[in-house]
Write a protein of this length. Structure first.
Length: 872
């Protein structure tokens, strides 16, 4: 297929002002009648073309007259109709087959055919699997939706919008109608029908609207929806206060399904969630999962304004809604929990997921210039880097200026399909600032390198900081331009205190932001009393890779003293990288000692937040370590990281680790408050370090912890230690867990994922054995991701076996998955990212597998595009 290009964008020749949809719902076959009120752009003369895929056309009429076969024709991916005029009404009736839909796009069945329920997923282009329509986000229409179905089989009928009538029909059937007053694009359409239970809450918006909040799930899951309801209410309140945004319908439905390609979907008035991102209860959810539920509930809710009321003109603008909404969720989560911990978590994710993407064959700008399959562009770059760009803009404008800007953006673009330019224009105009230089960030792929070098002139009491930027060529962009890079900074004295800053005659307090706009610039600080240690890029003020010629002692000073929790962690991460280099090259023992000594001191600091300490005690992950190597040997990196952690454990000492573990274990509760979560996090980290030093005693603790765990965080943490370090008790506990959670799909996913991550030679055979477990299936995306996705992306030594057997098994499964669900196959295939930098034996094995796979006949467009890019 040919690529679709941003540069080719044309406004639609035909719009749909109103749409009436009628569904005769059935598990095997559903009939959909659509009546479209058409509007023609008088300036264009293109024929009426509607998108449609896998539809069986049963009837077609224009302005009330059935159309003869000569007046319409099916074309590649759609339908062309003659004779339509401005104001014409086109009526089509089609048949779709929900139970046969394994791609989970369009209308499909969740669960077994006897008991499961029907639902839809339309973003990005699923609506064309439901009816013929101009399926593009710049066509916004008013929807009226009528659902008809057998009452016993489908007691609950839901669609987005306000309820607009319901009643009985002959033969045990019933109907329900929904009308949405807000025009919207087709990708936000949704319906749900089946046997579902609900919990409800009344909510009054700040502007006085009474809203019914309803969360729906299958009977065995509904009791786990209360936390999501609380999170929803918190999100609604927060958006009123932080952005002045109120909810705008009388009902807000949320539905949970086990069968979903992504985390959740913001359909207007009817959000649909993967159970993994909605259900939470202490017995089966970890602390991290609780936080994720809160974050995803907020994210989807926030889309009601950033995405739904103001939508995207085309899919190239995806980050307009996704980057902004991720940023909004990050700010919300920071307010609800700990701001530094949230920042650490998000930056770690960016480095783990987005930096490798931006450095490899799948690199693309936050606003890509072209794509073949839009579903492949729901990426860490569009989401996470996109959020970082919004963060830079928000930082540039300050809190009040940013709010002025978003107010103008929402009011000016309400009901419109907007572009990134519209976003920058509103933010800029509301503040009298030209933000167009930031547009370059949206169009340029690759992570900029920021080089920093400081010179202190004691005689002049001046500190000159030279900043230089460089982005390596890539993604079809041989010459990268300089970008505006805001660098938030502070200077520290040798005693660990921040020095006052005097820059260009201005006196700031102790923190300032300088913006690098050229390839290289100098910033001179005056009146600097001593040679300072700079703390740069505070709060990760720009998504770049900082290269600064710190000594280990300077990093240790920041790690020990920076009052900013994020930068303290960052100094520790940089020092850990240096320590890793030192171990690898058998050099610079100072770096290892500096890292271990600084952390050993912090370990004894009773004032330090337990969760922050846990993060400080965690060195960068194997993926991040691999990113810095020109030739990657995953086994070596794994060994190196283990060695580094062992050195840390030894430096702290087994006695201290053991004592700390016991103290933390003695406080163990199931409570979810921040302090209890922090103490569990630290306990797990300490147990992990102890296991590297003294596996037998760590496993004794783990066995007790597994047995007595008051909640899933402790249970799963203990299981992980036993599974790694104790053959007998590991096997026993895994079997115990398997039986205990036999009927809990999300808990079983964790069981599969935990084992898929166990490192070493035995990993592949273990994965194969797990595939034979009766609970394993490729048809459920969560299950496939838990076992295969975790193996490929979370088990470097297992997947990257030198003999290539890991790659071969994985490729076979990708092929099988592709026939069922191309979106999932394509996403899992990205685990091969970075294969070109593998050491020669693994690289050849990976290349052979990728080449064979990509030569296969009948691959989906999704998988073919990923493999094609990977092999470019
Ligand atoms: N906006 C949603 C995207 C999404 C999606 C995209 C492709 C295929 C399936 C999908 N399900 C949900 C999710 C979000 O960012 O909120
Ligand atoms: Zn989103």
């Amino acid at each position: 297929s040919l690529p679709i290009r941003l540069a080719d964008y044309r406004a639609p020749a035909w719009r749909v002002e109103r749409v009436e949809l009628d569904f005769e719902l059935g598990i095997d076959a559903t009939e959909v009648t659509a009546k479209l009120l058409l509007r023609r752009d008088p300036a264009q003369h293109a024929p009426l073309r509607l998108d449609g895929e896998n539809l069986e056309l049963l009837a077609i009429a224009l302005d009330g007259q059935p159309l003869p076969a000569t007046a319409y024709r099916t074309i590649e991916g759609g339908l062309e109709v003659d004779g339509a005029r401005d104001g014409s009404v086109l009526e089509t009736r089609v048949r779709v087959l929900p139970a046969a839909n394994t791609a989970l796009e369009g209308l499909y069945l969740s669960g077994p055919r006897e008991t499961g329920f029907l639902l839809t997923q339309c973003e990005a282009q699923g609506f064309r699997h439901i009816t013929y329509f101009p399926d593009r986000p710049d066509v916004q229409s008013s929807y009226t939706v009528t659902l008809r179905a057998d009452r016993a089989r489908f007691p609950v009928l839901l669609a987005g919008g306000n309820p607009d009538g319901a009643g009985e029909l002959p033969g045990g059937r019933h109907w329900a109608r929904f009308a949405d007053p807000h025009p919207r694009p087709s990708y936000l359409f949704a319906l749900v029908a089946g046997r579902l239970e609900k919990i409800e809450r009344d909510y009054r918006t700040a502007d006085g609207r009474d809203v019914q909040l309803k969360i729906w799930a299958e009977a065995d899951a509904i009791a786990s929806c209360h936390y999501a309801m609380d999170a929803l209410e918190r999100s609604m309140r927060w958006d009123e206060q932080a952005y002045g945004r109120n909810y705008d319908l009388d009902v807000f439905h949320v539905v949970a399904t086990h069968d979903f390609n992504m985390g959740a979907m913001e359909n207007k008035g009817l959000n649909i969630f993967n159970t993994k991102c909605l259900l939470a209860d202490p017995d089966s959810s970890t602390d991290d999962e609780y936080r994720r539920v809160e974050a995803v509930v907020a994210h989807e809710y926030f889309h009601n304004w950033s995405g739904n009321r103001v939508t995207c003109r085309d899919w190239f603008q995806l980050s307009l809604k996704e980057g902004f909404t991720v940023f909004r969720e990050q700010s919300f989560s920071a307010d609800m929990n700990s701001a530094p911990l949230k920042r650490i978590e998000d930056v770690a994710l960016l480095r783990r997921a987005q930096f490798p993407e931006d450095a490899g064959p799948l690199a693309h700008p936050v606003r890509p210039a072209e794509y073949r399959e839009i579903n492949n562009f729901y990426t860490a770059t569009v989401y996470e880097k996109g959020a970082e760009l919004v963060r830079m803009l928000a930082g540039r404008l300050g809190a009040e200026g940013f709010r002025r800007g978003t107010d103008l953006y929402f009011s000016r673009n309400d009901g419109r399909a907007a572009t990134i330019e519209d976003f920058l224009a509103a933010l800029g105009e509301a503040n009298g600032i030209d933000l167009t230089p930031y547009l370059a960030w949206y169009g340029q792929a690759g992570t900029p390198r920021l080089k920093a070098h400081g010179e202190y002139d004691a005689a002049r009491r001046e500190y000159a900081l030279t900043l230089a930027q460089y982005t390596p060529p890539g993604a079809g962009q041989p010459h990268k331009q300089a970008l505006p890079i805001p660098v938030k900074l502070a200077l520290f004295g040798a005693d660990g205190r921040m020095l006052p800053l005097h820059l260009d005659g201005q006196t700031a307090a102790t923190e300032a932001v300088v913006v690098l706009t050229e390839a290289e610039q100098h910033f001179v600080f005056r009146d600097v009393a001593e040679r300072p240690v700079p703390s740069l890029l505070r709060g990760f003020s720009a998504p770049v890779i900082l290269e600064c010629d710190y000594t280990p002692a300077e990093l240790a000073l920041l790690l020990g003293h920076d009052p900013d929790g994020f930068n303290r962690w960052e100094a520790g991460q940089q020092l850990a990288l240096r320590a890793c280099d030192a171990l690898r090259d058998d050099a610079d023992p100072q770096a290892v000692a500096a890292w271990c000594d600084a952390l050993a001191a912090l370990f004894d600091d009773a004032q330090l937040d337990a969760a922050l300490l846990a993060d400080l005690l965690t060195p960068p992950g194997e993926i991040e370590l691999a990113e810095r190597e020109s030739v990657v040997d995953p086994a070596r990196i794994h060994a190196l990281r283990q060695q580094l952690q062992r050195r840390l454990a030894a430096r702290i000492g087994g006695g201290k680790l053991d004592a700390r573990y016991r103290a933390l274990a003695a406080q163990s509760t199931a409570a979810l408050d921040a302090a209890s979560q922090a103490s569990r996090r630290l306990k797990q980290r300490v147990l992990h370090l102890l296991a590297l030093l003294d596996p037998a005693s760590a496993c004794d603790h783990a066995a007790t912890q597994y047995r007595d765990a008051p909640g899933m965080t402790d249970r799963l943490g203990a299981l992980a230690v036993l599974a790694r370090h104790d053959g007998v008790r590991g096997t026993e506990s895994l079997a115990h867990y398997r039986a205990r959670y036999a009927n809990d799909p999300l808990a079983l996913d964790k069981w599969f994922a935990l084992q898929a991550q166990l490192p070493g030679e035995g990993a592949l055979a273990r994965v194969q054995a797990l595939e034979a477990d009766p609970a394993f299936t490729l048809k459920n995306p969560n299950r496939a991701r838990a076992l295969l996705g975790t193996f490929a992306s979370g088990n470097p030594t297992g997947f990257h076996r030198a003999d290539g057997a890991g790659y071969r098994l994985y490729a076979e499964r990708l092929l099988a998955l592709d026939a069922l669900n191309p979106q999932i196959a394509a996403r899992l295939a990205t685990a091969f990212n970075g294969w070109q930098r593998l050491e020669p034996r693994r690289r050849e094995a990976a290349h052979a597998v990728l080449a064979t796979l990509s030569a296969h006949d009948g691959l989906s467009r999704n998988l073919a595009e990923i493999l094609g890019n990977m092999l470019k």
